[in-house]
Design a protein. Structure first.
Length: 354
């Protein structure tokens, strides 16, 4: 690109975790183009993560499943984007709809991956290196904005960023205090949910770990998740002998991030909360089932331990499935509570030695 862009848009209309993994790209864009107007287009469910973000001038919403669904919504959203006169757009999300939206908005420089379904609608295409983590792959989109110079995607810091405000931290402290957890007490957060059933570890396993952390390690355990996770949470609680604090369905995304900021450890499935925890610099013990680290979406930190089984049927998809395609669900059923507890204990020991 010959001249520096003055107005840049990043379109990321995928899941929560994908948006969090895009924040290093936003940071690199802000560092490289400090005077540019920088905006992101996301879906309603992820807007809160970026709203008021210090890196962004604006957060736009594309409600592709409701208000903006269908061709009418696509045309209306494209018209709104056209009015904002963006001169460059980066598309980490490889959907055809995102590519078409940028094309219809008339954004002159549209940068995405060669492997994208709508790649033919881009003006610049970048090879998506499947061997790298998604953060590093996304940072490769910076190349065409650097006047043809090669961009080393490993050079930027790549730190995830989900800011929390004073009001969020105050809410977290107050909510925990109401449950008898004082400000200096140690907390372990557990996020057992996922949109995909095959990415959720078994409820009995989580219950056994919760009991061990409370009874043996004398830790305060806090359950986190969305309202959609409540059935899973209820099943876990039905197996528990000890009583953890249950904040699932009671937090905003920023409040969830604030609780994680208070935590000494996050035990989680492969989900959006895992990435938010990494953004808060919390050590992670993650249970992986249908997905694998080779897909590039693992915890982007050195302070993580992933518990998984080496099975020939893994991964069975990029995201997961409503149920095991082979019917046995061995990727999760074969993981015992003692394995997850061991990972948790290792992380807790590292915290003590820091």
């Amino acid at each position: 690109m010959g001249t520096e862009p003055k107005k840049i848009l990043v379109i990321q209309t995928a899941f929560l975790g994908d948006v969090v993994l895009t924040t290093p790209l936003l940071q690199s864009l802000r560092d490289r183009f400090p005077k540019a107007y920088l905006a992101a287009l996301v879906i309603p469910g992820t807007r809160e993560i970026l709203a008021g973000h210090p890196l962004l001038d604006d957060v736009l919403v594309y409600d592709k499943k409701s208000r903006d669904r269908g061709w009418r919504g696509l045309i209306s959203t494209a018209r709104s984007l056209r009015e904002k006169r963006f001169d460059a757009c980066l598309l980490p999300h490889r959907s055809f709809r995102s590519a078409l939206l940028a094309f219809m908005a008339g954004i002159p420089v549209r940068i995405g991956f060669v492997q994208s379904l709508g790649g033919f609608l881009y003006t610049r295409r970048v090879w998506r290196d499947s061997s790298r983590h998604e953060v590093r792959r996304t940072l490769q989109l910076l190349g065409p904005l650097a006047s043809g110079r090669f961009i080393d995607a490993d050079a930027p810091s790549g730190k995830l960023c989900v800011p929390t405000g004073p009001e969020d931290l105050e809410w977290a402290n107050r909510s925990l205090s109401e449950q008898g957890i004082r400000e200096n007490d140690r907390v372990i957060a557990i996020a057992p949910g996922s949109v995909w059933a095959t990415k959720r570890w078994v409820p009995e396993g989580f219950a056994a770990v919760i009991d061990g952390l409370i009874a043996t390690h004398k830790r305060n355990v806090v359950l986190l998740g969305s309202r959609d996770d409540l059935p899973v949470i209820d099943e876990i609680l039905s197996h528990c002998l000890e009583k953890p604090v249950n904040l699932a369905g009671k937090t905003t995304l920023r409040q969830l991030a604030a609780v994680l900021k208070r935590s000494e450890l996050l035990i989680t499935n492969d989900n959006g909360a895992m990435h938010i925890g990494v953004a808060q610099d919390v050590p992670v013990a993650a249970v992986f089932g249908s997905t694998t680290l080779n897909l590039g979406y693992g915890p982007f930190t050195e302070r993580a331990i992933v518990v998984e089984k080496d099975l020939s049927c893994r991964p069975c998809g990029k995201h997961g499935h409503p149920e095991c395609p082979l019917g046995h669900f061995n990727c999760m059923k074969q993981i015992g509570p003692e394995e997850v507890m061991e990972a948790a204990e290792k992380q807790l020991a590292l915290n003590v030695n820091r």
